[in-house]
Ligand binder design. Structure first.
Ligand SMILES: *Cc1c(COP(=O)(O)O)cnc(C)c1O
Length: 386
């Protein structure tokens, strides 16, 4: 995701516009930052524990533990649930690389399962196919803000006695059957990278869990494994704490998150209404049990995707591809020996996906411009009416 936000200022309509959001919160954020400055409790200060409690209540889980990033949240959750050397962890072939990099970080092996053709998330069948004697865990990813089928995944996990760690880095507030994601697995990872639905002013992340032991274990592990100031109880302790400053900013933003997610939903409905019926374009489907939070709004264009991307860029619209290469075809996972054909649904999605601008402050006029350019681009590509 890093590159998308960096590019955001370039065109008249960026993929994500963080400045628009910050402008509306200038005073609230200024006061939050000033209070950390005055207290000087920069590491594990008051705002960190307050934010953890507020986010836990919002998600409906017993504990939230703030950590250094979403990747660290996944890594620490894997370790805390006993996943490590020699274990296999099933992850979707279509996700951001960090999902699988966390698995290799603990010495385990990612096993890539193909995804559902509609939601692009894990399926019971896709997971079950890969369960073997060394499988220890499953990481369902709520991709683009659309929840994975947690009933299906829970079923496979129960049958095989597997750990479930949700990757909710793109899905703060998304619901499955009316319940917020982050409360379904043994633990869940959130990222507060600036471009996420809830983002800070730098890196940050959190693990959500209702398991007291997992929470306690991550609290220790993020802070050099210590149980007292200079008593270090656990091997593998490290330094991965959410900054007090980030927590102070996130506390302010959490109060607006529901409203922002609603704005994203409204924009998604507008896109869907105004782009429906366009030849050769599939709009993002929503599962009947899902309430997505539209981290991204992604079209599927089977033919002429790259031409449409070029047309949007020429018009100054920050469209992008999430993600152009499925994980089993990434150079860093080459040693697993998987080639094209190992996850055909993910591979096809990588060829067809295109993300349109999506951020809560996007105006109807901006959305109208994007829609017009998409329509014009398709007309030109398909050669009807110039
Ligand atoms: C952003 C993201 C991560 C990693 O979070 P960081 O805070 O950038 O480390 C992991 N998984 C998914 C699906 C993400 O989108």
């Amino acid at each position: 995701m890093t590159e998308d936000v960096a590019e955001a200022g370039a065109g008249p309509i960026p993929l994500v516009d963080l400045r628009a959001q910050h402008a509306s919160l200038r005073e609230e954020l200024g006061a939050a930052v000033a209070s950390v400055f005055e207290r000087g409790d920069f590491i594990l200060g008051e705002d960190v524990s307050r934010f953890e409690n507020e986010l836990a209540a919002w998600l409906g889980v017993r504990h939230v533990v703030g950590v250094g990033s979403g990747t660290d949240a996944l890594t620490l959750a894997l370790t805390a649930t006993g996943v490590g050397d020699g274990d296999e962890v099933i992850v979707p072939a279509m996700t951001f690389a960090a999902t699988a990099l966390a698995v290799t970080a603990v010495g385990a092996t990612p096993v890539f399962a193909d995804v559902d053709a509609q939601s692009l998330t894990l399926t019971a069948r896709g997971v079950a196919e890969h369960v073997g004697p060394r499988t220890r865990a499953i990481i369902p990813v709520h991709l683009h803000g659309h929840p994975a089928d947690m009933d299906a995944i829970g079923g496979v996990a129960d049958a095989g006695d597997l750990v479930v760690i949700e990757d909710a880095c793109q899905a703060h507030g998304a619901r499955w059957r009316g319940r917020r994601v982050g409360g379904f697995g043994d633990a869940a990872a959130f990222s507060f990278y600036p471009g996420k639905n809830l983002g800070g002013w730098g890196d940050g992340g959190a693990v959500a869990t209702s398991d007291d032991e997992i929470a306690e274990s991550i609290r220790r592990a993020r802070d050099y494994g210590r149980t007292d100031r200079y008593l270090h109880a656990v091997p593998g302790g490290r330094n991965s704490r959410l900054d007090s400053l980030q927590a102070a900013i996130l506390r302010v933003k959490l109060r607006h998150l529901e409203r922002w997610n609603q704005a994203r939903c409204r924009l998604a409905s507008l896109y869907t209404e105004r782009l429906s019926g366009l030849p050769g374009v599939r709009l993002p489907p929503v599962h009947a049990c899902a309430s997505p939070v539209w981290h991204l709004y992604c079209l599927r264009v089977a033919e002429g995707r790259d031409e449409l991307l070029a047309t949007l860029h020429e018009a100054g619209i920050g469209a992008a591809i999430h993600y152009p290469r499925p994980l089993h075809l990434q150079p860093c996972f080459e040693s697993l020996g998987l080639g094209p054909g190992a996850a055909p649904v993910a591979e096809q999605a990588a060829r067809e996906l295109i993300s349109l601008p999506m951020f809560p402050e996007m105006s109807d006029e901006q959305l109208g411009t994007v829609v017009d350019v998409v329509r014009r681009g398709r007309r030109a590509y398909l050669g009807w009416g110039g």
